[in-house]
Ligand binder design. Structure first.
Ligand code: ADP
Ligand code: ZN
Length: 283
């Protein structure tokens, strides 16, 4: 039996299952303070005989094995979790190997092995929700360098009619600052789900995401791009991306049929937790 944690800023999903991604039991725990949330997670896993645990966490996190703070959540805006030794806490509780990566890298792994990119040796998984983050599988492996990628914070060309200042506390009008759920809400004065009929909202959303995808495609050349997260429930955003991306790329790179290339998660909302199970299996 393997354990998996998808640690999000709002909730933790904890699951037990096997290396094929089959989930036998799972629970959701609100993300409050570490003492409370982790205690609930640990008591869930204590019911089972666990051989390894995989964690896909919100970040930024330290995934560099040579670092003294490996396994920590580092500079998160959720201050109760700043410098939190996530891996150490789990290893001490269970004495089993722990796999640790970002939530989006876990989702990318899940999609590459068992989801929309199954059978491919590369893919990019992007979530557009409270924040924007992306994980990538390249040559069959999760992309990791100095640290994990932070693709949500790239800079873009502004739409000439968009005077919104942006919401990222670090860069103001980076991709996340312009296009994540809270930016949509602040710019337009209503929640995304209440703006279904406002075509200009989703056209602009696709305008920014298409620019981001162009950059990811030019740099990483992924064989499949998977877009998840709450905002992508608006299927109109896919249509806007399909319109803007070829306009930007101008035939410089031959793109596959876009409806097959840029898709929703094959695992639905289970991509992250399934990937975390695979992180446990890898360990
Ligand atoms: P999180 O990123 O916190 O894990 P989600 O992926 O659900 O959670 O993203 C939440 C964000 O997505 C919120 O800003 C919310 O307004 C937005 N959102 C959720 N559902 C929709 C929807 N149907 N249409 C547009 N935006 C949505
Ligand atoms: Zn930013």
């Amino acid at each position: 039996m393997l354990g998996a944690i998808e640690a999000g800023g709002t909730k933790f999903v904890c699951a037990v299952g096997d290396k094929t991604g089959r989930i036998a039991d799972s629970i959701q725990i609100p993300t409050t303070v570490p003492e409370e949330t982790m205690a609930a997670a640990i008591s869930f896993f204590k019911q089972y005989d666990i051989e390894a645990i995989g964690i896909g966490s919100f970040g930024p996190i330290d995934i560099n094995h040579d670092s003294p703070t490996y396994g920590y959540i580092t500079s998160t805006p959720k201050t109760a979790w700043t410098n939190y030794p996530f891996v150490e806490t789990i290893s001490q509780a269970f004495g089993v190997p722990v796999g640790f990566n970002t939530d989006v890298n876990a989702a990318a792994l899940g999609e590459a092995r068992l989801g929309a990119a199954k059978g491919l040796d590369s893919c990019l998984y992007i979530t557009v929700g409270t924040g924007i983050g992306a994980g990538a599988v390249v040559n069959g492996q999760l992309l990791q360098g100095l640290s994990h990628p932070e693709m949500g914070h790239i800079l873009l060309r502004r739409h000439p009619a968009d005077s919104y200042q942006g919401k990222c506390p670090y860069h103001r009008d980076c991709l996340e600052g312009l296009a994540a759920g809270p930016a949509i809400e602040e710019r337009w004065g209503a929640k995304g789900k209440d703006l279904v009929n406002s075509k200009e909202v989703w056209d602009l959303e696709g305008y920014y995401l298409a620019q981001a995808l162009m950059q990811y495609i030019l740099i990483l050349s992924p064989k499949k791009i998977i877009l998840g997260g709450g905002v992508m429930n608006q299927s109109q955003v896919f249509d806007s991306i399909y319109k803007y991306l070829p306009e930007l790329m101008k035939d410089y790179v031959a793109l596959p049929e876009l409806a097959d290339y840029i898709v929703k998660p094959g695992l639905g909302d289970q991509a992250g937790i399934t990937g975390a199970l695979l992180l446990a299996a890898e360990r």
